[in-house]
Write a protein that binds this ligand. Structure first.
Ligand SMILES: [Ca+2]
Length: 326
């Protein structure tokens, strides 16, 4: 639909369209010169290399995948293959994961599970040039233009700050980059040069990727040693308020009990706050309470199913590592 509107306007074949002559792109370039001291001639050359990709627009417009039930979602992420490769990754990166745990308080199984769910431990990190993804979405996807223009700004800043060529960096169709699929703004806020070689390389260096993911969780308030989610039992007449809503846990255990949710594990203190969850499991409905660290995982991806998948993959990883030969 968008292409139909734009093509007559530009009078160019979409296959070869670059952003050197795009009015919005030129305004953006002016802004980058004014605001951040970029050279106009450099930006003009860069935008001349940035290419519109119809496949990116198509991917964004794809009818929202029917939301999967938890049991189907789980089967994608908590698999034997992802576990096996996770154990390999953990063993290969053990020293870095232990250092990250000591420095950031985030346990290896969480960092490994995130990287596993996002990219199969760095195997599938996206094949689009980030510059193409972000220019296409900033200038030819009006619905999210503001968001992606900010990400493009951050992308050019991070390239300059890290001494990286923006034309060489790859990512997903939405511009998410590297082992942990950081957007450029997250990169600038949370990526760390964890092997201290002068660049925070989250694309090819697992050490920097691990430090960056652990730092992200630390900065979002991960509570060391706390659980993520616990099973709940239900009173006959439960009245869940905000069930499955990704919000900061605001009800304590007595408020939750009033709504019919009681943790199966009785060792949690009464002032523990949680959100009530109801999941369609393979053997029927499951009730859970998502705790503070559950909420922290949703700061990475705003989905209760995502947080639960990361949690369950992380628990299985921990279990298998405990059984693996030392
Ligand atoms: Ca580095």
């Amino acid at each position: 639909m968008l292409v139909f509107l734009l093509l007559p306007l530009l009078g160019q074949a979409e296959t070869s369209r670059n952003y050197a002559e795009n009015a919005q792109a030129r305004d953006f370039a002016d802004y980058m010169v004014r605001e951040h001291g970029f050279e106009a001639v450099d930006l003009q050359a860069l935008l001349g290399e940035a290419t519109y990709k119809q496949s990116i627009i198509d991917a964004m417009n794809r009818p929202a995948e029917k939301v999967k039930e938890w049991k189907d979602y789980r089967e994608i992420f908590v698999t034997e293959k992802r576990l096996r490769q996770g154990i390999e990754f953990w063993q290969a990166q053990r020293a870095t994961l232990e250092r990250a745990e000591a420095e950031f308080g985030v346990p290896p199984q969480i960092v490994v599970a995130i990287i596993g769910v996002e990219t199969y431990y760095g195997r599938i990190t996206g094949s689009y040039r980030v510059i193409d993804a972000l220019t296409t979405l900033a200038f030819d996807y009006p619905r999210r233009s503001k968001f992606f223009t900010r990400e493009l700004e951050n992308f050019l800043l991070l390239s300059r700050e890290q001494g990286l060529n923006p034309l060489n960096l790859k990512g997903s169709y939405a511009g998410a980059m590297g082992f942990g699929q950081f957007m450029p703004s997250s990169y600038r806020a949370y990526a760390v040069d964890y092997n201290e070689d002068g660049v925070a390389d989250i694309w090819t260096d697992p050490v920097d990727a691990i430090g960056s993911v652990a730092n992200y969780f630390h900065r979002h308030g991960w509570r060391t040693g706390d659980e993520v989610a616990v099973r709940a039992r239900i009173a006959g007449e439960y009245q869940p308020e905000n069930i499955n809503k990704v919000v900061k846990p605001y009800m304590d255990l007595s408020a939750l009990a009033d709504q019919g949710f009681t943790p199966v594990d009785e060792s949690l203190s009464a002032d523990t706050r949680a959100i009530p969850l109801k999941l369609q499991g393979r053997k029927g409905v499951e009730f859970w309470l998502g705790l503070h660290n559950f909420y922290v995982i949703t700061r990475y991806n705003t989905s209760f199913r995502y947080a639960m998948a990361v949690n369950q993959l992380s628990e299985k990883l921990l279990e298998q590592m405990a059984n693996a030969a030392p």
